[in-house]
Design a protein around this ligand. Structure first.
Ligand code: CA
Length: 224
């Protein structure tokens, strides 16, 4: 997933960024509300982690701005306030969930999984399936025919992205938006390189690749 952290405490922001990167996510940091607004209005994030107390534009105001602009991106508010009224105010302004600092990193991960579930799903997905391949979102294990497949963080993130959209055509720019962060160079052939790395690992013994290339439009993960 592509995640934006809007947080002015540098140590907190880089702690979360490091942890989320280890989970294979692409993470951008905005250190104040104004920059948070800039990033959120330009990039397509899967989740925004938004601190309450921020310079320039505070978290609540930014949350309202994002909703008023029509975005439905899941927003997790971080707060040191834990009075009931504060939580209600946050949720009323369009936040989807909140987490009181300090928090356990595993709890943050569990909440992000819950926020990224598809509309209509009652429970957060913990396992994705495509044909005989399964990807466990908690343990990060990828299994094909009962055999584990060892992937790098980026290969894992790319496969997760494709599995969440199996059967659909995804463009290179969609992949770049959701799997890579702000430092991605759109002129590079990085995505094609990673698609090929991934094919080498998940196509063993198959005649046809699980990942189809659609000339001019992108890639599609086969459901069979
Ligand atoms: Ca803060």
């Amino acid at each position: 997933m592509r995640i934006l952290i809007v947080e002015d405490e540098k140590r907190m922001a880089s702690f979360i960024q490091r942890g989320l990167r280890e989970e294979g996510h692409a993470v951008d940091i905005a250190e104040d509300g104004e920059r948070g607004w800039d990033y959120a209005s330009v990039n397509e994030y899967d989740v925004i982690i938004l601190d309450w107390m921020l310079p320039k534009i505070d978290g609540l105001t930014l949350c309202t701005k994002i909703r008023e602009a029509g975005s439905r991106v899941p927003i997790l508010m971080l707060t040191v306030r834990d009075t009931v009224e504060d939580k209600i105010r946050g949720l009323d302004r369009g936040a989807d969930d909140y987490l009181t600092k300090p928090f356990a990193f595993d709890e943050l991960l569990a909440r992000l999984r819950a926020l990224s579930r598809r509309p209509g799903q009652l429970q957060a997905e913990t396992v994705l399936k495509a044909a005989d391949m399964t990807l466990d979102l908690v343990s990060h294990k990828v299994i094909i025919h009962d055999e584990p497949v060892i992937l790098s963080q980026k290969e894992y993130a790319l496969l997760e992205f494709l599995m969440r959209r199996k059967g659909q055509v995804v463009s290179r720019s969609q992949i770049a938006e959701h799997v890579w962060d702000l430092h991605f160079d759109p002129m590079s052939n990085t995505i094609d390189v990673y698609i090929n790395f991934l094919r080498k690992k998940i196509d063993t013994g198959r005649k046809k690749s699980r990942i189809e290339t659609l000339r001019g439009s992108g890639y599609r993960l086969c459901e069979t």
